[in-house]
Design a protein around this ligand. Sequence first.
Ligand SMILES: Nc1ncnc2c1ncn2[C@@H]1O[C@H](COP(=O)(O)OP(=O)(O)OP(=O)(O)O)[C@@H](O)[C@H]1O
Ligand SMILES: [Mg+2]
Length: 230
Amino acid sequence: MSAAIELRGVWHMYPGSGRWALRDVSLEVAEGRILAVVGPNGSGKTTLLKIAGTLYRPTRGTLRLWGSDFWAVDGDERLRLRRLVVYVHEKPVLVRGTALHNVAYGLLLRGAPPEEALSRARRVLERMGAGELAGRERGQLSAGEAQLISILRAVAAEPRVLLLDEPTAHLDLEKRRRLASLIRELRGRGMGVVVATHDYLLARSIADEVVVVEEGRLKARGPPGEVLEV
Ligand SMILES: Nc1ncnc2c1ncn2[C@@H]1O[C@H](COP(=O)(O)OP(=O)(O)OP(=O)(O)O)[C@@H](O)[C@H]1O
Ligand SMILES: [Mg+2]
C-alpha cells in the first residue's frame, strides 16, 4: 500500500531568501500513526508541514498524496486530495463568530448540514472539556483557548491526516494531557497525525516515530525512546 503522504527529494527555498529551508527531504506519513517532527528554531519543521499540507509547492522534489503526484494532477483531483489533509497553523486563525461556529466551520465548508456540523462541533468541544467556550466570540478567547479552538476545527473536519504545528505552545498542562489523549484516540480511528513540536514530553508520550530536522535536513528518525535523549 502506498503512503498517505510521501515527500521525495524535497528542496525548498523561499523566494528571495537565497538559502534552502529544506534540503533533500524524503519522508512518508501513514494513516493510523503519529509522527513527531522536532528540531531547533528555523530548522524547517513548519516548512515541511506546509509542503506536506499542500500550502507550498516545493522548489524541487515531489509530493505524493495517496500515490498521486499532487502538483502534477488536474485541479479537480487536487481539490479532492487537499480535503484529506488539514494543516493547523501555530498561530490560531479564527473566523468571525463563536467558538462553536469556528469548530463547525471546517465541516460547513465541506458542505455538512449546519445542524449536524454544530452538533459534532459541540461533541468535540465537550470531549476536550471546553464545552463552556461554545458561545464565546472570537475576540473573547485567551491565547490557549483560541489555539484549542483552531485545533478542534481541524479535528471536527475529520481529515485522513492532521498536521499540527506547535499545538501545545499556549496550552496548560491539563489541556496538553487532554490533547495527547485526543490525538491517540484519532490514531485509533485511523487518522494519521504529524506534530511539529518543541514539547518533548508530548512527542515522547504520543509519537510512534520521531524525525529530527536540522538546517533543513532530516538528521535522525526512529522511535521516541531512541531519538529523543533525555
Ligand atoms: N516566509 C518565509 N520567507 C523566507 N524565509 C522563511 C519564511 N518562512 C521561514 N523561512 C526560513 O526558513 C527556514 C525554516 O523555517 P521554518 O519556519 O520552517 O522553521 P521551524 O523549524 O518551523 O522553526 P520554529 O521552531 O521557530 O517554528 C528558516 O531559516 C526561516 O528563517
Ligand atoms: Mg515552526
